[in-house]
Design a protein around this ligand. Structure first.
Ligand SMILES: [Zn+2]
Length: 260
């Protein structure tokens, strides 16, 4: 059976600690169909990771390493040391929380240079839990790993797994003029290890992180045709700091409904 994940940031331990209790309670009651994904932001203390461990010891956890908005760019040689520091904190979190995968973004910028540098740094990280995520592309957002070929190159040169983000794939396809279904099928054929899913506008380039039902994505088609029956799908829904988990519960129920 597919499992669906609530996603939150480790920094919410300081801004909204109650949300972790709510997540634990709800996900704990739906363990056979749910997991959680934590973005480990720089500055998260090991004592905070222990708090998470105490709460989520019997719940499946997946990890997301920091991305470019938090200063991580595996395509930039000059950032190698700070990238490594951020990744090591995610590794520690994955160790403590027993996570099977760590989502890591490919480098910023375009072209084979940033992809080759990403491969080099991923190989230095040397962690078989790394899953590289395909990234969006637009006029004001130039990131790599926009096509199945680019993700395949990274996978083949460092042996990592793959996190298939639907919104990123659609945005990049629209920007590059690639047929959307061809793009999604191409990514699906790379046998993703985990998925990211939200709603959005099918012909736009931006990743809206909308709740399910707020956009016009054919979500049932996506889930049924481009994810396996035992897929791990993180629901990347909602913008900004979460106030409560009710909208996410609606999203989870939406997924169970369209699976029928
Ligand atoms: Zn991501």
């Amino acid at each position: 059976m597919r499992k669906y994940g609530f996603k939150t940031f480790s920094s919410n331990l300081r801004s909204n600690p109650k949300i972790f209790d709510d997540i634990k309670e709800y996900v704990g009651a739906h363990k056979d169909r749910m997991f959680v994904e934590f973005m480990i932001v720089p500055g998260t203390l090991e004592s905070e990771l222990s708090v998470l461990k105490d709460k989520f010891f019997d719940i499946e956890v997946r990890i997301h390493a920091p991305h470019h908005l938090l200063g991580f760019d595996a395509g930039n040689k000059g950032l190698e040391l700070s990238n490594r520091k951020m990744f090591e904190l995610s590794q520690t979190a994955a160790d403590i929380l027993n996570a099977k995968t760590i989502v890591v973004h490919s480098g910023c910028g375009q072209g084979i240079g940033t992809i080759k540098e990403t491969v080099r740094q991923f190989n230095l990280f040397d962690d078989e839990r790394i899953v590289v995520e395909n990234l969006p592309l637009g006029d004001d957002l130039k990131l790599s790993a926009n096509t199945p070929d680019e993700v395949l190159y990274i996978k083949e040169h460092c042996g990592c797994g793959f996190c298939f983000d639907f919104s990123h794939a659609l945005g990049a396809a629209n920007y590059l003029g690639i047929d959307r279904e061809e793009q999604l099928l191409g990514f699906y054929r790379l046998r993703p290890d985990v998925y990211h899913l939200c709603d959005g506008m099918i012909d736009e380039t931006s990743d809206k992180h909308w709740h399910f039902g707020e956009g016009n994505y054919p979500l049932q088609h996506f889930v049924k045709d481009y994810t396996d029956g035992d897929a791990y799908i993180t629901m990347e829904t909602g913008q900004g700091a979460p106030k409560g988990i009710e909208p996410w519960i609606d999203d989870f129920e939406f997924m169970l409904e369209i699976e029928k």
